[in-house]
Design a protein around this ligand. Structure first.
Ligand code: NZQ
Ligand code: ZN
Length: 393
């Protein structure tokens, strides 16, 4: 059965190594007073900042800036940004960085026109009708934030990391330049690639019947990530690897593949708790949790899908016993994360113990579910979620 759906993704994308040369054409279409949002300085080190400043000059608009967005971005900077926009008459936001920067820029854009505290808007999942227009310049392949309507932001006071999804937050234009991602470190490349794979897997692992139009597309994108991530880690300047990863990252999470059957994203629900409490990189948490989740939910109902993943994505030889085939696929995925991408295999390897497992499981469930069950690939209770953390220990 296919759930009725609307597909509408109006983000205009410039893709290619000349993408940034179009910034000055787009800026005056969206505003006169821009706020440039960026992170800890990577855009200054690799020259992207200078290019943007030159584009702003060519556009003939005025611009201010707010910097210092950190990974797992916090609501405080977004509050400051929104206030600044109101006081200064900012009418356009330009974000240059990874998902953390783009998400902070989204919260600024989405709350600048409202009196409410930004955290209250996030917490109430406010479906706002207006936001300042946002133009995004992603500098790494990972979250796909530059082409979707979601912002993920942390409140350090409550240790909550929540996603705010509303159409008004979707960037108007995004400038995707593979060369901008050349300086992403091997470790960040690995985290980003694990994130892309997880975005696809959260959708691919479903038990819906009769709507397989996207299966081949998802499988091909996952194979692409598995092929190009190690290349990009080995040679950061590989245009082929960087281009493929960047384009994969967009289509993994821009509303295309997940239409037709609604699912709660279990690994993301669990991971957001981890990075809220322990500040670990999002993709790293996913790389540890995903195989543990797959092992935990493997049963007679889920085996056919997991076996399909094993055969079509991980290259496992098809066998008669689907569970056995599925197990081999999970093992190969784990090996890909740990041996090929060099990521830790367990939570204990990154010094996370079991103290908060029950609390995190309860919070993940309360945010994601109204009936005490997380309706993902397989229905899971609070106890199940805590058990998945333990399996990942
Ligand atoms: O801060 P700077 O100096 O820019 O350095 C960043 C940061 O330290 C660095 N970096 C980025 N581009 C670079 C670079 N270093 C060298 N060269 C470049 N070209 O990378 C570090 C990590 O950046 P961050 O933005 O945190 O990474 P990512 O893009 O993986 O974003 C992760 C955040 O996005 C959220 C995650 O939970 C996490 O908070 N997510 C957002 C989603 C969305 N909006 O749709 C969905 C995702 O599932 C995810 O939850
Ligand atoms: Zn993610």
């Amino acid at each position: 059965m296919v759930d009725p759906f609307v597909y509408h993704n109006p983000t205009k994308v410039y893709f290619g190594n000349d993408a940034l040369t179009h910034i000055h054409e787009e800026l005056p279409r969206w505003g006169k007073n821009a706020l440039l949002v960026y992170g800890g300085g990577s855009i200054k080190d690799n020259g992207i900042y200078d290019t943007i400043v030159e584009e702003i000059r060519k556009a003939g608009i005025s611009a201010y800036e707010i910097s210092g967005v950190r990974p797992n971005p916090e609501i405080g900077l977004a509050e400051k940004g929104a206030r600044f926009c109101r006081e200064t008459g900012i009418d356009l936001i330009l974000a240059a960085g990874g998902g953390s920067v783009i998400d902070t820029a989204k919260v600024i854009a989405g709350s600048a026109l409202y009196e409410e505290n930004p955290w209250d808007l996030v917490k109430s999942r406010a479906q706002i009708s207006h936001a300042l227009p946002l133009l995004a310049i992603p500098t790494m392949a990972a979250t796909g934030s530059e082409m979707n309507g979601c912002a993920v932001i942390t409140n350090p006071d409550t240790h909550e990391k929540l996603g705010w999804t509303t159409e008004a937050l979707r960037p108007k234009v995004s400038f995707l330049c593979p060369q901008n991602t050349y300086t992403v470190s091997p470790a960040q490349t690995a985290y980003g690639s694990a994130d892309i794979l997880s975005h696809i897997l959260e959708v691919y692992l479903n038990r819906a019947e009769g709507f397989d139009a996207m299966d081949g597309f998802m499988e091909s994108m996952m194979r692409s990530v598995i092929r190009w991530a190690p290349e990009a880690m080995k040679d950061g300047f590989s245009e082929e690897a960087r281009s493929n990863l960047l384009w994969d990252s967009e289509w993994a999470i821009n509303d295309l593949i997940d239409r037709g059957h609604s699912l709660s994203w279990t690994c993301h629900a669990l991971e957001h708790e981890l990075s809220a409490c322990y500040l670990i990189p999002h993709g790293l948490g996913l790389a540890i949790l995903t195989p543990a989740f797959m092992e935990y939910v493997l049963n007679d109902d889920t085996a056919p899908r997991l076996a399909q993943f094993a055969v079509r994505v991980m290259g496992v030889k098809e066998g008669k016993n689907e569970k056995k085939t599925a197990r081999k696929g999970i093992k190969k995925l784990k090996k890909f994360f740990t041996r090929t991408l060099g990521l830790p295999a367990s939570l204990s390897e990154i010094n996370i113990d079991d103290r908060l497992f029950e609390e995190m499981a309860a919070h993940a469930l309360s945010w994601k579910s109204r009936d005490g069950i997380l309706h993902g690939f397989y229905p899971l209770t609070e106890e199940d979620l805590a058990a998945i953390y333990r399996k990942a220990l």
